[in-house]
Write a new protein. Structure first.
Length: 116
């Protein structure tokens, strides 16, 4: 799956790009065969001179044969914001997968032989 990071302004410190890719990939790893692309949009609304909750992140996950999944957040700390967004993406994907299992009639949890 392809992860594209689009940063507007000087919001992305050196070396953070790889960590963001890893964090987002771990959140969407469940979609390995169905996921097509993940776009991460980072912006600094007020520029580098002002502080506050001015950094925003929007993650768009393109999934085969399904509507796009979009998660957005704002914070003053990029790492905390990415962690929160990645957790929300992971939860949304888990909900979609569980919903699909219910619609297909498959059990929510398969019992492995020998398990009691």
């Amino acid at each position: 799956m392809l992860v594209s990071i689009h940063a507007k302004g000087e919001i992305l410190p050196q070396g953070l790009r790889g960590w963001i890719e890893d964090r987002i990939m771990s959140a969407v790893s469940r979609l390995a065969d169905r996921g097509r692309q993940v776009d991460v949009y980072l912006t600094d609304e007020n520029g580098p001179l002002r502080a506050g909750w001015d950094k925003s992140c929007r993650v768009v996950v393109s999934i085969a044969r399904e509507p796009q999944l979009v998660v957005a957040d704002r914070d003053s700390n990029i790492a905390r914001m990415i962690d929160r967004v990645a957790d929300r993406v992971d939860r949304c994907i888990n909900k979609r997968c569980a919903k699909q299992r219910r619609h297909r009639g498959a059990p929510a949890r398969e019992i492995i032989e020998g398990e009691v």
